[in-house]
Design a protein around this ligand. Structure first.
Ligand SMILES: Nc1ncnc2c1ncn2[C@@H]1O[C@H](COP(=O)(O)OP(=O)(O)O)[C@@H](O)[C@H]1O
Ligand SMILES: [Mg+2]
Length: 467
């Protein structure tokens, strides 16, 4: 007690005060900690104390309890409230050091829950995440991590989870640095992909038993890279496709301004070509917009109901005038009852229109086109599915082109496509719409005989594929 008084006494001898301070540090710290603890308890139990105060005030006023007696009773009850029960804010500024009070058992089921709540937090993290202890062994991981590292097990060292040396370097670095460490990883197993890993050290440098030391979260950038590549390819393809008709338009404008200025015959001819080039550009832009619309919706299942019989008749009728211009006959064979699928009617119409229009463009002049709607048994075990097939009797497509036909801007016969005003996007649009409808596109062709484009859908309420 006397030593403590020396601190608060007159400061005539500062060196003595410093000596006394350092000599009494453990005692002082303990005293301060006790004060802080009491402060916390007072804060935490404010409501209970207020209740006790109100109770004794009422007893003193209404119950005739004497003033001193009421004050004494209040103080006694307050001490019981402040001193009793577990310390709610425990550990806030008394964190255990290495292997020290981490041994101290925490009290009550609440503490147990609190110790495990970090696991629940990790489970809720939207990225793949794993918690490591100070030996870099896996303590806990969330479900998304299993998608990336199917072989992950609690207790295994990080080096077993991923052999990537960059990840292990990043973890070492995170231990010594203050912030988080981010690395890009190229993983080859189980599949090739690019991941971004963020290693964060939790809290200070001390190790707390039962709590994680590091959190490593992973973001899969593979899909993002693929989309970026697709966009880049698309722009690389789209700009020449637009530039060609644009350059031709400019050429004609210059000719009309210069040499052909006073030639009415040439002017009429050039204006015709210019109009067709402008139409071509419009078509290209329409198809590009259409494709990008379909692509953005490819993951949204369609909601409507479409009768394939009805759509087949509608498209045959709509394209009849174009067919007649090429002396091509379009016939429709329908199922005997409505064949309904879950779908977006406008999109299904677009699919059939693109396919029938191709059959007209690349088919045989004076030939036949057949649109067939039916139910077929397909797959193993065989399931009944709805089928739409568009068959022509044109020159057909050489087998080497078949796998690439649905790529954007791919043409089996570029000259024919160009001459017929094709954009090279029609089948890419078809493929995306079919994917959105969970259907399947099949192309078969015999050179010299003709081609058949078939699409299989699950029939609504039909066969075994009821959904
Ligand atoms: N019925 C068909 N017969 C022969 N070739 C076809 C047929 N349908 C499509 N093709 C080929 O597939 C290519 C891609 O078709 P598509 O994507 O619709 O583009 P586009 O019709 O604008 O050229 C066409 O350029 C053509 O070479
Ligand atoms: Mg086409």
């Amino acid at each position: 007690m006397t030593q403590i008084e020396a601190i608060w006494g007159p400061m005539t001898d500062p060196p003595r005060l410093a000596r006394s301070l350092s000599a009494n540090r453990p005692l002082v710290e303990r005293g301060l900690a006790a004060l802080r603890r009491t402060g916390r308890r007072l804060r935490a139990r404010g409501r209970a104390l207020a209740l006790v105060a109100v109770l004794f005030a009422v007893l003193s006023l209404a119950g005739g309890l004497g003033g001193w007696l009421a004050l004494g009773g209040f103080l006694a009850m307050s001490m019981v409230v402040v001193a009793g029960g577990p310390d709610d804010a425990e550990g806030a500024d008394e964190r255990p050091g290495v292997g020290e009070s981490s041994e101290r058992p925490r009290r009550g089921p609440g503490a147990e829950r609190e110790r495990d709540s970090w696991r629940m937090l990790l489970d809720a993290v939207p990225d793949a995440a794993v918690a490591l202890d100070h030996n870099f062994n896996v303590m806990h991981f969330n479900a998304r991590l299993v998608d990336l590292f199917p072989k992950v097990r609690a207790g295994q060292p990080l080096s077993q989870l991923s052999r990537n040396p960059e990840l292990n370097d990043a973890v070492e670095k995170a231990v010594t640095s203050n912030g988080e460490v981010v690395v890009d990883l190229f993983e080859r197993v189980p599949v090739e992909r690019r991941l971004s890993a963020t290693v964060s050290r939790l809290g200070g440098r001390e190790i707390r038993r039962g709590l994680p030391f590091l959190i490593v979260s992973f973001r899969d950038l593979t899909e993002q890279d693929r989309l970026a590549q697709m966009r880049a390819d698309f722009i690389a393809n789209a700009s020449p496709a637009l530039r060609t008709p644009l350059a031709s338009l400019r050429g004609f404008v210059e000719t009309l301004q210069g040499p052909a200025r006073d030639d009415p015959e040439a002017r009429a001819r050039f204006l015709d070509i210019m109009a067709s080039q402008a139409t071509r550009m419009t078509r290209l832009i329409d198809d590009m917009l259409s494709l990008s619309r379909v692509e953005t919706r490819v993951h949204l299942p369609p909601r409507g109901i479409v009768d394939l019989n009805e759509v087949a008749s509608y498209v045959a009728q709509a394209l009849e005038p174009i067919g007649t211009a090429s002396k091509i006959k379009i016939a429709v064979t329908k199922g005997d009852s409505p064949i309904r699928i879950r779908g977006d009617r406008d999109e299904i119409v677009q699919v059939l229109q693109n396919l029938v229009h191709n059959a007209i463009k690349y088919g045989r002049e004076g030939g036949h086109i057949e649109i067939g709607v039916s139910r077929v048994l397909d797959g193993s075990p065989p399931q009944q599915r709805a089928l739409v097939a568009i068959a022509d009797d044109g020159p057909g497509i050489a087998p080497e082109h078949l796998p690439r036909l649905t790529e954007r801007f791919y043409r089996a016969n570029a000259a024919a496509s160009h001459e017929k005003g094709g954009t090279g996007l029609g089948l890419a649009i078809v493929k995306h719409i079919v994917i959105r409808h969970r259907g399947e596109l099949r192309i078969s062709s015999v050179v010299g005989k003709g081609s058949t484009f078939s699409i299989l859908f699950d029939e609504l309420g039909g066969g075994t594929s009821r959904t």
